[in-house]
Design a protein around this ligand. Structure first.
Ligand code: ZN
Length: 93
């Protein structure tokens, strides 16, 4: 009973261990780069808000014709502003 269980564990674990040890050391580096790309810092993303609007925008959005105030994504969200439906600026996940 126990012997059989051990055998099953070995069959399952050995290929898995082999795969891990064969994985080159460059793997974590590319994973880090990927993560950095997927999650930009909201404090470094520039968005644009208007004096009266309840939305924030990307640069060049047509809604910015009246006023255009540079802000960070973090600040805009903290003000309770939502992403514009026209220019679809980035959001904080
Ligand atoms: Zn917009």
């Amino acid at each position: 009973m126990m012997k059989r269980l051990l055998l099953v564990l070995l069959v399952v674990l050995l290929p898995a261990l082999g795969f891990v040890s064969l994985t080159p050391t460059v793997a974590p580096l590319s994973v880090d780069a990927f993560a950095a790309q997927k999650q930009p810092d909201p404090e470094t993303i520039t968005v644009y808000i208007t004096r009266t609007g309840q939305k924030y925008h990307r640069d060049g959005c047509r809604s910015l014709s009246r006023s255009r105030i540079a802000s960070t994504l973090k600040e805009a969200v903290e003000r309770g502003l939502g992403p514009c439906g026209v220019c679809k600026p980035p959001t904080i996940k």
